[in-house]
Design a protein around this ligand. Structure first.
Ligand SMILES: *Cc1c(COP(=O)(O)O)cnc(C)c1O
Length: 392
């Protein structure tokens, strides 16, 4: 028993050191990390340039306050805007906070249009965070159960289903925005159809709704572009990101594009810690590593290798329903709950994740190497076969 609130079922292991795609446990064993702190440590553990940025900045200046100018925050905001085409950024400390900012922008936007009870369309299976507003926006009863009354002002729609969204248009005149993940992460690595975002953009334009993309998990190089929406031709109105932006240092960002940028005024929103010099220096160092053609080429090459090996070995297996993903965000959907595989893999010194009960989720460091992908598949494939061969 620890004196920690009972919020996690933790695996019986603790790590003391990390090196790239490896974690070293307190038993001195090495574990191949195919989850990277749930898409956080994209550059691998203890990345030298990120470590240097942290140490130098911690030795210089960590925190002032948002009541002063913060040049490093301006620099990070401008980098994120250059990459995405956004007009302005709000820096915060987590994904949920980035989404809270987005939801507040949508509400203000609605009120500025004279909508009395602005309503935001959110998706089945979505995950947007654990604060009251973001859990209310999430599409999983597990996340919401016990926390009623939920925050109102959300209307739910099936993910990746434009026709369903079209039927909602006429049922509610208070809709002001749509919030969606380009690929649902916690929801089971569910990839939308290629033209889904395009159609969403079109509807949002027609209806004068904000299109708000939650790229907290899909951002920062994870899918082989800096942001997942960049695989399409559209631009969102609001975009949130976090996880990979700090490589383990807590940071989040809410980016506002043309239509959404003028909505906040001083006093509407704020944060004590968000955007401090240390966090922003770290974010800049992470972007400096990721935002190169050669980096994305590496992610895509590793993705192809991993996908091909998994599909080759598992696609025809009874019990494997689907292997899908983009970049290094990959899901293997089985026909049965498979949480047990996490422990089986741990026994083989491999760290994986299972989400939505039946989906093995792989989110390795984006810097993972060819030989490490080989080792990952060499360990994982027999485990999946062994698991599926077991009598139910
Ligand atoms: C992880 C995640 C969040 C929540 O981020 P926190 O930093 O845990 O608050 C929100 N949306 C998506 C898509 C996520 O993957």
């Amino acid at each position: 028993m620890t004196q920690l609130l009972n919020t996690y079922n933790r695996l019986p292991i603790a790590f003391t050191k990390g090196e790239g795609s490896w974690l070293i446990a307190d038993n001195n064993q090495r574990y191949l990390d195919a989850i990277a702190g749930i898409a956080v440590v994209g550059l691998g553990h203890a990345h030298p340039n990120v470590c240097t940025a942290i140490c130098e900045q911690a030795n210089t200046l960590m925190h002032t306050s948002n009541i002063y100018q913060i040049p490093l925050q301006e620099a990070l905001g401008s980098q994120l805007c250059d990459i995405s085409g956004a007009e302005a950024a709000f820096l915060c400390n987590s994904g949920a906070e980035a989404n809270e900012a987005a939801l507040k922008i949508a509400r203000l936007y609605g009120h500025q249009l004279g909508v009395e009870k602005p309503t935001i369309v959110v998706m089945d299976g979505a995950f947007h965070g654990r604060t009251l507003a973001t859990l209310s926006a999430s599409g999983s009863r597990k996340v919401q159960a016990g926390f009623e009354p939920l925050v109102s002002g959300f209307i739910r729609c099936p993910f990746n289903d434009i026709d369903a969204l079209k039927t909602i248009i006429n049922t509610n005149s208070s809709i002001v925005a749509v919030m969606v993940e380009p690929i649902q992460g916690e929801g089971g690595v569910r990839v939308a159809d290629p033209d889904y975002l395009l159609q969403l953009r079109e509807i949002c334009n027609q209806q004068n709704w904000l299109l708000m993309l939650d790229e907290i998990q899909t951002g920062n190089g994870r899918t082989g572009k800096y942001f997942a929406y960049q695989h399409s031709t559209i631009m969102p109105d609001v975009l949130t990101t976090a996880k990979g932006l700090g490589n383990g240092f807590p940071i989040g960002a809410c980016l506002a594009f043309e239509k959404a940028a003028p909505i906040f005024s001083p006093g509407n929103h704020g944060t004590t810690f968000g955007g401090n010099p240390l966090a922003c220096r770290v974010g800049l160092s992470v972007i400096n590593e990721i935002n190169h053609t050669t980096f994305y080429q590496h992610v895509n090459a590793m993705s192809e290798q991993l996908m091909a090996a998994l599909k080759n070995a598992l696609q025809e297996e009874t019990g494997v329903k689907n292997i899908r993903g983009q970049g290094l965000m990959i899901g293997i959907e089985l026909d049965q709950p498979c949480g047990e595989l996490v422990k089986m893999a741990l026994d083989e010194n491999l760290l994986i994740n299972v989400t939505a009960d039946k989906v093995i989720r792989l989110l390795p460091a984006l810097t993972i190497q060819f030989e490490q992908i080989e080792l990952l598949t060499k360990k994982l494939i027999p485990l999946v076969k062994q698991f599926l061969a077991k009598p139910v």
